[in-house]
Design a protein around this ligand. Structure first.
Ligand code: ARG
Length: 459
């Protein structure tokens, strides 16, 4: 097939250029979106008096037929086609002869590719949002199973204060809910149609970009034709959201890996979401959680790759922009693989709640309760912290837990202490005492769970 740009050239392209220049190897998946935009453009050319009613009917029929052949695989692009736009024009010319060559009037591959990629991103972002929603739902339902099961809450991976497993799982759900809201406000910004910008300056033909935008589901047209063909903010922003989702998946994966380890023993992964070892028959490995952690690297890499490509590009279109597609496809493809697997792993794992319950008070995680108990008696927190710290030091030297401090030793540590402090040295009591919204108390967590379920239902 002749190049779309062959007219002024005397010879064909060098094989090395052709191999380098071609994007057909990765942009073919844009074909359905390119065809959709072509249908809209054909209508515009007709309304502009540049295609008769008969020509329009033939054009739309040929585009439909081409779409079917693309879907079935009967028609595909080849390396000589260079890119998806060239291949589809070839398909049209094969069907329509000269008439097929009319569709290119008033548009350029520059506004076409910007349009195709936006359509692709908006379409796939909806699938991504559905996958994230399913994960939030799995987290919420798993949280419901262990909503008030105590566990050690940690900072620095050291026991800090008791929390509930439900609270911990819902903490992960919150990040993914923010990702959903990022996807939705991203979509509003991405809903801009570049078609009509042509190569860079608009068109001298009486096109109708507003009607095209509407037909393609965009909310508005690009206000500046240079920006229309040069802007890839929408792709970079989507890659940021993908990276953020990846980072959230990674942090969740890391916790599942810890919780399922022999040392923690909090959770058992379902066989269907675990793998084995080729040499050690006993092994049950958390590969899904590890890939959740591992794939965040390429997601962040894809974002970095596009940002660096964009940096320093003069306006308007430059061939560097062809490098935008693979990172976008890679991130969306990988999340489409990863999210259902992580959702399945979360939905099917089973907590052994006894283990985290029994370790919740360990490591003197109730020391803050002593300090708060003293504060309620009017002691300044600064002194209360000192006294509670002295209790911990006493226990460490004796090898005992806080609730085991002898009554006379309490009095010796501080005159402000008395045996009634032991009432707060209880995990369930400490949890029940946390009543503020967003805290780990049973009522607050139940409220949070109800809200998360409501949020999930609204997506
Ligand atoms: N394959 C190109 C891309 O992905 C399409 C646009 C080509 N435009 C051009 N002026 N060479 O960006």
């Amino acid at each position: 097939m002749a190049k779309l740009w062959g007219g002024r050239f005397t010879g064909g392209p060098a094989a090395a250029l052709e191999a380098l220049n071609a994007s057909i190897g990765f942009d073919w998946r844009l074909a359905p979106y390119d065809l959709k935009a072509s249908r809209a453009h054909a209508g515009v050319l007709h309304r502009a008096g540049l295609l008769s009613a008969d020509e329009l009917a033939k054009m739309l029929e040929a585009l439909d037929g081409l779409g079917e052949d693309v879907a079935s695989g009967a028609f595909t692009g080849t390396i000589e086609d260079e890119d998806v736009h060239t291949a589809l024009e070839r398909g049209l010319v094969e069907r329509l002869g000269d008439l097929g060559g009319k569709l290119r009037a008033g548009r350029s591959r520059n506004d076409q590719i910007a349009t195709d990629l936006r359509l692709y991103c908006r379409d796939h972002a909806r699938g991504l949002a559905a996958d994230v929603t399913a994960l939030v739902s799995a987290l919420a339902e798993q949280a419901a199973e262990v909503v008030d099961a105590p566990a050690p809450g940690m900072t620095h991976l050291q026991h800090a204060q008791p929390i509930t497993l439900g609270h911990q799982l819902l903490a992960h759900a919150q990040g993914f809910l923010r990702d959903l809201s990022r996807l939705s406000d991203w979509d509003e910004r991405a809903a801009v149609s570049p078609l009509g910008a042509g190569a860079l300056s608009g068109s001298s033909l009486p096109l109708d970009p507003v009607a095209v935008a509407e037909e393609l589901g965009f909310a508005r047209t690009a206000p500046n034709s240079l920006d229309a063909v040069a802007d890839r903010d929408f792709a970079a922003e989507l890659l940021f959201v993908c990276s953020m989702i990846g980072v959230h998946l990674s942090r969740l994966g890391e916790e599942v890996i810890l919780w399922s380890s022999q040392e923690f023993g909090w959770v058992a992964l379902d066989d269907a979401f675990s793998t084995g070892s080729s040499i050690m028959p006993q092994k049950k490995n958390p590969d899904v959680a590890e890939l959740a952690r591992g794939k965040s690297g390429r997601l962040v890499g894809n974002l970095t790759s596009l940002l660096v490509t964009l940096k320093g590009l003069p306006f308007s279109y430059n061939k560097d922009l062809q490098e935008d597609k693979e990172p976008v496809f890679d991130s969306l493809d990988n999340l489409a693989l990863l999210l259902p697997a992580v959702t399945g792993m979360i939905a099917t794992m089973r907590f052994n709640t006894e283990v985290p319950r029994s370790s919740a008070p360990k490591g003197f995680s109730l020391a803050t309760e002593i300090a708060d108990w003293l504060v309620r008696k009017g002691i300044p927190f600064r002194s209360a912290h000192e006294v509670a710290g002295a209790c911990v030091a006493h226990c460490e030297s004796k090898g005992i837990e806080l609730h085991e401090i002898a009554d006379e030793d309490l009095a010796a540590i501080s005159p402000d202490l008395d045996p009634s402090v032991k009432a707060v040295l209880d995990v369930d009591g400490a949890l029940a005492g946390r009543t503020t919204p967003g805290s780990t108390g049973p009522k607050a967590v139940a409220d949070q769970l109800a809200q998360v379920r409501e949020d999930v239902a609204s997506w």
